[in-house]
Structures are given as C-alpha cells and as structure tokens.
Design a protein around this ligand. Structure first.
Ligand code: SF4
Length: 321
C-alpha cells in the first residue's frame, strides 16, 4: 500500500490577464511520501509558489487533481477547507511581512488556536503557546515581544510555531529561509528537520536556491515556467543532474573544494513568456542543446533510472546515456 500523503495529478493553474492566459502551473505530477520532504526548485516566476498555494487551496486550481491522505481534495466546501487548514499549513518567506506588527508573539501563535476554537480557556491557551515557543527554541520572556523587536531568525521561529499550533501533518514551506542570513538559515533548517523527526511532518519545501534543499529534501522537483523538467531523489539529483536547466542551476552553487571546481553554466537567451506559451520545450530559447524538434514539440516525461524523471528530447545524447 502506498504511503503517499499527497498525490498531485496533471495540476494546472492558469490566470486570465489582459494579454492572454498565463500558464503559471501547467500540468505538474508528483507524490510525497508521509514524513518526507519534496524540494521544489526553480527561478522566480516558474510557478513553484503558485503550486504550493493551489495545493493548500489558497488559490483554486484550473484543472487536475489533488489527493491528500487518500481523499480527493481538488474541490472542497467551506467545512472541508476548515478541516484541511488544521492538517495543511504554510510557512512564508518573509517572516516580517507575514506577522502582524501590532500583535505580540503570544497573540500571533495563539491566533490559529482561537480561530479554530481549539479552546477558550486562557490558561490552556497560554500553556500551548509556551509549549510551542519551547518547541521552536523561543525563550518564554519573548512572549509579549512584538515582531519588530526580534531578529529574522526568531521571527521565522514564530512563523513556524504558528504553523505548528494546530498539529498539522503537511507543511508547505515557501522560501522559509531566503530572507535570513546564512548562519541563521542553517539554524532554521536544522529546527525544521528536528520538528519533522519529532512530529512526523511532511514538507513541500519551495526555494529558488538548490543548495538550501540539498540536505533537507528526500526528493527534488525542478520547475521551469510552470512545468517540471526533472525530478529525482535528492542525492541522485546532485550527483547526476541530467536536464540542461538543472545543470545550470547546480553550476551556480559555490563548491567548498579548491580542487573540484564546478564550471559555471551561464544561460543566455530570453525566458519565454508564460502567457499563451508557444508549443515545444519552454527552455529551448535558453538551452545550448536546442534543436528544431525542441521548438515544435513538447518533450514528455521519461524515467531514466528508478525515480529519476526528466523532460527533454535529447537527454540521452546530452548525457551520453
Ligand atoms: Fe534543451 Fe531541447 Fe532538451 Fe528542451 S528538449 S532541454 S530545448 S535539448
């Protein structure tokens, strides 16, 4: 029996704009096993954040299916939405703008408990806030502090505590460490991993920075202009990237080794518009290997080794497979 907590089938999210239909997410398929982390990586505008919001029902899908814990949740009524909100949560990128500056730490963490009517008892609420603060490594004396009095790392810990308040199973973390200094990033990533172990959480971790998801992800899905281009177990993706776009993303990560320097691949050409996209591979205008076929025919998903899927006409030729 499958242990998948989330299954996404041919999911699309299009937006009507004055210039035409914007294909933000354009047919994405994946599964996430319970207790695991899927890293979703791509440049700004590739549709990764929209994908996360559609899964959480913060945006309606255009078509496709979302199966959560064995149940089709593609369309939900208000009651189902409220129930799902307890199970599925989000951690935002910028803790400062996602936290109400007029609320104290205690009020922010308490808010979901109050909205969902978990308890009205003030002592119980205070106890739960204290537990959650301790879980995310915030000391009790900060309970009445305001977000602007705290540094970025502590603010993100508040965001995490608030996300955990209702005991969710699944969390979309949308660029959760991008606004933080590198040293603080590591602390927050470690915290997220510890919490995953402790509570059996499943993460969909969205980022533009492949290096951030290297250690936290079990699997990584790379997106380009609304489509998946490559998906593989994290170790495999880093050891053996096959899609020209993934190779370029990886080449941008600095290596600590002085002897094994990676050659930086600089992508030339323009990013095509996601509005009324033309047929063919969307990466073609920037791909050094593009042929005529790439400009006319969309490549299909091909599994080249167990769990390693790639969407490119010439994957075998490029990688000498
Ligand atoms: Fe490049 Fe063609 Fe492969 Fe697209 S299908 S990534 S354009 S080689």
């Amino acid at each position: 029996m499958s242990n998948n907590i989330l299954e996404v089938k041919n999911l699309k999210k299009h937006f009507d704009t004055p210039k035409g239909t914007l294909h933000a997410v354009d047919g994405v398929d994946f599964t996430i096993e319970a207790g695991k982390t899927l890293g979703v990586v791509g440049e700004s505008g590739c549709g990764k954040s929209t994908l996360g919001r559609v899964i959480l029902h913060l945006l309606d899908s255009t078509s496709g299916e979302i199966i959560y814990d064995g149940e089709n949740i593609t369309k939900v009524d208000k009651k189902q939405f409220i129930d799902l909100r307890k199970e599925m949560q989000i951690i935002f990128q910028d803790p400062f703008s996602s936290l109400d500056p007029r609320m104290t730490v205690s009020e922010i963490i308490k808010e979901p408990l109050v909205i969902h009517g978990v308890t009205k008892d003030k002592n119980e609420l205070d106890k739960r806030v204290s537990e959650l603060m301790s879980t995310v490594g915030l000391v009790d004396r900060l309970v009445n502090a305001y977000p602007h009095e705290l540094d970025g790392g502590r603010r993100q810990r508040i965001g995490i505590a608030r996300a955990l308040a209702l005991n969710p199973k699944f969390i979309v973390a949308d660029e959760p460490v991008s606004a933080l200094d590198v040293s603080i990033q590591a602390q927050v990533l470690n915290l997220m991993q510890d919490l995953q172990q402790e509570f059996g959480l499943t993460y969909m971790f969205i980022t533009h920075d492949l290096s951030v998801v290297k250690h936290i992800s079990d699997e990584i899905l790379v997106m380009y202009l609304g489509k998946m281009v490559e998906k593989a177990p994290a170790k495999e993706l880093f050891a053996n990237p096959l899609h020209p776009y993934t190779k370029a993303l990886l080449s941008a990560i600095p290596t600590p080794s002085l002897t094994k320097k990676r050659e930086r691949i600089l992508l030339k050409g323009e990013i095509v518009s996601p509005i009324e996209p033309k047929p063919g591979c969307r990466f073609a205008p920037r791909c050094p290997y593009a042929e005529e076929l790439c400009r006319t025919t969309e490549p299909e998903i091909e599994e080249v080794s167990l769990g390693h899927e790639i969407v490119c006409h010439f994957v075998k030729e490029i990688n000498k497979l």
